[in-house]
Write a protein that binds this ligand. Sequence first.
Ligand SMILES: C[S@@+](CC[C@H](N)C(=O)[O-])C[C@H]1O[C@@H](n2cnc3c(N)ncnc32)[C@H](O)[C@@H]1O
Length: 193
Amino acid sequence: MAAKIFILILLIFQLLLLILAAIACFITTILGILFIISEMYSSLHDAPFIPSFKKAKDKMIEFSEIKPGEKVVDLGCGDGRLVFAASDKGANAIGVEITIFVYWYAKILQFVFKKKGKLIRGNLYDHDIRDADVLFCYLMPRQLNKIDKKFKEECKKGCRIICNSFKLPGWEIEKSYDTNPSKRRGTIYKYIV
Ligand SMILES: C[S@@+](CC[C@H](N)C(=O)[O-])C[C@H]1O[C@@H](n2cnc3c(N)ncnc32)[C@H](O)[C@@H]1O
């Protein structure tokens, strides 16, 4: 009798393990599909979701010289890492992100790590940047070409623009720093309007 109960418990345990493995496979597949869709969606909007790596992020924050209460906007904020870092410096930080899955990923990270900052789902070209003190952008050259006119029309005098990897075409560089000398990307550029 005891042996039968033991075998039954063992079977139930194996069944539970099998169900858990099936659920894990299902969730991984769904997340994989969502990731691929989100990458395709971001690429359609010119810039894929490639977060600034730590050295680059730290240099961007250093170059921005944020003072508490200043308005900081990350145009295409990805997982929100620059928004959270700027908020930690006391900024009134906003991130604009177009890709829904990336936006929700940032929202979840914000909730889990109890980070401050406002995350907005939207198109960066429609976002009003008139009162921004600092703008972050890690965008592709064709996007920087497109946004150039908006910067010239909307940015207030003294606004600091910090770009990761790609230069603002025709703008005078205030200072730059290569955070990744062995690779093509990772140079941080600072501009002052
Ligand atoms: C290279 S990632 C940079 C993410 C973040 N700024 C960082 O430095 O870690 C560019 C982000 O911009 C977003 N993006 C691309 N085009 C956009 C648009 N038109 N409006 C808002 N976000 C956009 C992409 O979905 C992606 O998450």
